[in-house]
Write a protein that binds this ligand. Structure first.
Ligand SMILES: [Zn+2]
Ligand SMILES: [Zn+2]
Length: 397
């Protein structure tokens, strides 16, 4: 038989039909004179037609798919092709160094993945058993007081995240048992699927990309490899953070697959409103009420700062709505650490009630200023009050 096969390729007659091994040219439907590009195209077409995913359960298709790959392995390589042209299949017997042996679809994809990549634009040669993937990132909320945002602080946050199961250490398999290589994808975790003439790499449906199948599942996590755990984390908050900012805690997300790195934890900053200070980016604004006399004569008193207190000097003749800027007493910039300003807005309050002495003084003032003021209202109001006052209720028996 061996001798017979030697004769086949150079003559490429009908003899190949009776040969044990099919002629590579025939397998791909090309000629000895076909260009490298034509051979490549023919192989892609054959691979697309015979791909096992497209012919589920069809053993013959798998065989044809393998044959096409084998043929392309030779005809797609200039040196191997010329050997084949001269010696036929004999050129690739074990004695001569052998030829490409493809055990399964995955092998073929590994060998010719690049070819499909260029053609379909997908990432076909990657994947495989125990694919290492990065874990998911998580988000949490971080509530702060304005003072904490101003000075920086360390806060504790409680989050629930999945951790590797302590029994199986995330392997999903019962301790002592070993996961089996997925036969569907030969442990690659990926399969090539044909959609029409186009072929895309997809996650293996049998093992969901893990490349292995676990027969004995871990009893603790029921084969998930994970369990939810509540964890307390310390978050270092830099001074000057603001609403809408996020702090990222690298590597505090969920663990990755197959020992992959953890995702991150993003903390959304929420700063509660302050009773005295209003924030305008790096500046703080507050309103301070003073009396007419204080505004007129000037004064000084302590006002609270976000971190301490400050003696505020109000010059004589301060007008209602005047703003006093206190440099560097605002919020720090988290990047430059430079501080904004504190803007003190002065409100001049008019007394709602006057003592008789105050009224006397103010009337005197009006006289000096030659200002027309309302008549003494107290008696008038009292009269009014008496007029409308309900009769005293009779004491109950
Ligand atoms: Zn487990
Ligand atoms: Zn698989």
């Amino acid at each position: 038989m061996v001798g017979l096969r030697v004769l086949v390729p150079p003559y490429r007659s009908g003899m190949s039909l009776m040969a044990v091994q099919r002629d590579y040219y025939e397998t791909l439907g090309v000629e000895q004179t076909s260009s490298a590009e034509e051979i490549k195209r023919a192989y892609r077409k054959a691979a697309a037609t015979h791909h096992p995913d497209r012919n589920p359960g069809d053993e013959a298709a798998v065989e044809r798919f393998k044959q096409a790959a084998e043929a392309f392995d030779v005809l797609g390589d200039h040196e191997k092709k010329s050997m084949y042209d001269r010696y036929g299949h004999e050129a690739f017997t074990a004695r001569n160094g052998g030829r490409a042996g493809f055990n399964d679809v995955g092998d073929i994809m590994s060998a010719f993945g690049d070819l499909f990549e260029g053609f379909f634009g997908g990432n076909t040669a990657r994947g495989g058993a125990g694919r290492v993937t990065r874990g998911s990132s998580l988000r949490c909320e971080l509530a702060l007081e304005l003072r904490e945002a101003a000075t920086g602080c360390t806060k504790s946050v409680e989050i629930t995240r999945s951790e590797l199961c302590p029994t199986c250490d995330g392997s999903k398999a019962k301790p002592g048992s070993t996961p089996e290589r997925c036969t569907y994808c030969s442990g690659r975790g990926q399969v090539v699927q044909a959609q029409g003439f186009f072929r895309i790499q997809a996650t293996c449906p049998a093992c969901r990309g893990a490349g292995q199948v676990i027969r004995d599942k871990c009893p603790r996590c029921l084969g998930t490899g994970r369990e939810n755990k509540s964890v307390n984390l310390e978050v270092k908050v830099p001074a000057g953070v603001d609403n809408g900012m996020q702090l990222c805690l690298r590597g505090e997300g969920e663990p990755g697959e197959s020992g992959g790195p953890r995702g991150d934890l993003y903390c959304d900053i929420h700063i509660s409103e302050h009773s005295f200070f209003e924030r305008h980016e790096h500046d703080l604004v507050c309103r301070v009420p003073i009396s007419f006399s204080q505004a007129s004569l000037g004064t000084a008193f302590d006002i609270p700062l976000i971190d301490g207190k400050h003696r505020l000097e109000i010059p004589a003749g301060t007008q209602p709505g005047d703003t006093i800027r206190l440099k560097g007493m605002g919020m720090p910039d988290p990047h430059s650490r430079r501080r904004g300003d504190l803007l003190v807005q002065v409100l001049v309050e008019v007394p709602r009630k006057l003592t008789p002495r105050l009224e006397e003084l103010l009337r005197e003032l009006a006289e000096i200023e030659k200002k027309n003021v309302s008549a003494h209202r107290k008696s008038f109001l009292e009269k009014l009050k008496e007029y409308f006052a309900p009769p005293e209720p009779a004491p109950e028996e």
